[in-house]
Design a protein around this ligand. Structure first.
Ligand code: ADP
Ligand code: ZN
Length: 151
């Protein structure tokens, strides 16, 4: 007998929720690195944070060597479906935005520019400053001043 070729299962196929409800993100990362990034993300570490609750996942760029660290919120993700861990970027905008109650807006030309239109929205009352990795680029390309517009 001949069998129809099986379609490869989507990464977020519902059946995974039962087969593997709590995947190890490190193992997934190794797999995705091979599958989608030609193994180029070897310098990236993935770890759980047990106290991060305002954000499901963050990525820190650690210097010039390409070292990068991805930190996933254990408290936010453990109660959610597997799908949410896999699709972090897309799944949490609403929740995360809800927590970003401190807003600043630049009074310079970047107000009219994509993608941020001058806005910086944060969960913490931490005004944009030279500590932000993008500060110098903003100084160079806009030069405006950030003013608190919402808290
Ligand atoms: P968070 O504020 O959530 O910690 P980041 O510090 O990584 O996030 O900064 C992201 C925010 O900073 C963006 O949403 C945007 O508001 C602002 N931002 C990032 N890069 C630039 C840039 N080049 N010019 C102006 N604003 C930027
Ligand atoms: Zn600006």
């Amino acid at each position: 007998p001949t069998f129809p070729a099986r379609e490869p299962k989507s990464l977020v196929d519902e059946s995974w929720e039962l087969v593997d409800p709590n995947p190890d993100p490190r193992a997934l990362f190794v797999q995705f690195n091979k599958l989608y990034f030609w193994g180029r993300l070897e310098a990236v570490e993935v770890k759980w944070s047990f106290r991060m609750t305002l954000c499901a996942g963050v990525c820190r760029y650690e210097g010039k060597g390409g070292m990068c660290s991805i930190c996933l919120s254990e408290p936010l993700l453990k109660l959610r479906p597997r799908k949410d861990l896999i699709e972090i970027y897309h799944s949490f905008h609403n929740e995360v935005d809800l927590y970003r109650q401190h807003w600043w807006r630049c009074n310079g030309p970047c107000q009219h520019r994509k993608p941020y239109y001058g806005y910086v929205k944060r969960a913490m009352n931490r005004a944009p400053s030279a500590k932000d990795y993008w500060w110098s680029e903003h100084q160079r390309t806009c030069g405006g001043t950030y003013i608190k517009v919402k808290e």
